[in-house]
Write a new protein. Structure first.
Length: 335
C-alpha cells in the first residue's frame, strides 16, 4: 500500500530521511575543496569581495501588524549595518557572474542579525541529497583524469571537459537545476548598487514563513572597469538605498519550504516593504585597501529566533558555513 503524503502546514519543514548523512558528506567535500595553500584562505562561498560599506537599516514606521516580529517588532527602529557585495568564483570582473549582498546588523559592535542574498529569486539545488550528487560531480570534474593525463590540451578543451563531466554526472538528470545555474552564471555585469537581491531560500518571521529581497531605490552609474571602483565612484558623491521586502508564504504546496528551486508566486503573495537600507555617502576604499568585512563571517544562521532559516538547503548551510568558516579562521591565524 503506497505511503500517504504528509499534509504540510504553512511554515512547516519536512526533513527527509538520510539528510544528516548527506550533510556530513557535503561538509567533508567542502573542507577538502578549500585552497589551504592560499593565504589568506578565501571564503568557500562568494570569496570575491567588491566592497564593504557602512549603512543604516531602518524599520518602516507602518510595518503591518502581522509582520511585527524580531527586527520588525519595533516600527521606526534602526540598526547600524555592514553590507558586503561579492561574486562567486569569477575573478575576471569583465565576465558575467552571480552577485551577492550580505547585510550584517550590529548591536554594540557585535553581530545581531545577518541577511544573505543573491541576485536571483531561486537557488539551483533542491535539497541535501541533490547537493551531495552535485558536490561529487564537481570534485570529479575538477580532478578529471583527462586533464591530468593531457596537460597540454588547448585551453578551450580544458574548459569544456569539466562542464561535460558536470552535465553527464548531474545536469543530464537534473536539467531544471542546470537551467537555473546557467541563469545565475550569465547575470549581466551591472553596478552592484543597482541590482535587486533575493534570499532565494525561506526563513521564519515569527509564526510565518517568508522570503526576503532588497530592491534598489536609487539610481547607480554604469559600472567602471572594477565593480569595487563603481561602488566607490557612486558613494563618494551620493547616498544609495534599498527597500527591504518580505514575501509571506500563503500556500504550503505551491510555495514550498523544502524546494528553493521553485519561485513563490508574487501575484499570490506580493513582496511588502518592511524596512529601508540607507547607505550614506562614504569612501569604501580602493581595491588595494583591506576590506573590514573580511574580518566577519556572514551566515543565514546568524539569526534571531524569530528569523531562523528554513528548509534543507539552509540546514546544509548551517553546517557547511560553520565548519568552513572555523577552518578558514584557524588557517589564517596560523599564517
Amino acid at each position: 500500500m503506497p505511503a500517504l503524503k504528509r499534509e504540510l502546514m504553512l511554515g512547516m519543514e519536512d526533513i527527509p530521511a538520510g539528510e544528516e548523512k548527506a550533510i556530513e558528506e557535503i561538509v567533508e567535500i567542502s573542507l577538502d575543496a578549500m585552497n589551504v595553500g592560499c593565504r589568506p584562505v578565501l571564503r568557500g562561498q562568494h570569496p570575491n569581495s567588491h566592497g564593504c560599506v557602512w549603512a543604516k537599516f531602518v524599520v518602516d514606521p507602518d510595518v503591518p501588524d502581522e509582520l511585527r516580529y524580531g527586527i520588525f517588532a519595533n516600527p521606526g527602529s534602526s540598526y547600524d549595518a555592514l553590507v558586503r557585495f561579492s561574486s562567486t568564483k569569477e575573478s575576471d570582473e569583465s565576465k558575467r557572474d552571480t552577485r551577492g549582498m550580505a547585510i550584517k546588523l550590529l548591536r554594540n559592535g557585535e553581530t545581531y542579525q545577518d541577511f544573505v542574498m543573491i541576485n536571483h529569486p531561486v537557488f539551483f539545488i533542491r535539497n541535501a541529497a541533490d547537493y551531495v550528487l552535485f558536490a561529487r560531480a564537481t570534485v570529479r570534474a575538477k580532478h578529471s583524469r583527462l586533464l591530468r593525463k593531457y596537460p597540454s590540451l588547448p585551453r578551450w578543451i580544458k574548459a569544456a571537459i569539466p562542464i561535460a563531466i558536470l552535465f553527464n554526472r548531474f545536469f543530464f538528470v537534473h536539467w531544471k537545476e542546470g537551467i537555473i545555474l546557467i541563469m545565475l552564471a550569465i547575470k549581466p555585469r551591472l553596478n552592484l548598487l543597482d541590482i535587486q537581491y533575493w534570499s532565494a531560500t525561506p526563513y521564519r518571521l515569527g509564526p510565518h514563513a517568508i522570503k526576503f529581497s532588497a530592491r534598489p531605490t536609487s539610481l547607480a552609474s554604469d559600472p567602471c572597469h572594477s565593480l569595487r571602483d563603481s561602488i566607490r565612484q557612486d558613494l563618494l558623491s551620493q547616498e544609495s538605498s534599498f527597500d527591504f521586502l518580505v514575501q509571506q508564504q500563503t500556500d504550503a504546496r505551491k510555495m514550498p519550504i523544502e524546494d528553493p528551486t521553485k519561485e513563490w508566486d508574487a501575484l499570490k503573495s506580493r513582496f511588502r516593504r518592511v524596512a529601508t537600507l540607507k547607505i550614506p555617502s562614504q569612501d569604501p576604499g580602493d581595491a588595494q585597501e583591506p576590506c573590514i568585512c573580511e574580518n566577519f563571517s556572514f551566515s543565514p544562521w546568524h539569526a534571531l529566533p524569530e528569523h531562523v532559516p528554513l528548509g534543507g538547503i539552509n540546514r546544509v548551510r548551517r553546517r557547511v558555513y560553520d565548519e568552513v568558516s572555523k577552518r578558514r579562521r584557524e588557517l589564517n591565524r596560523s599564517a
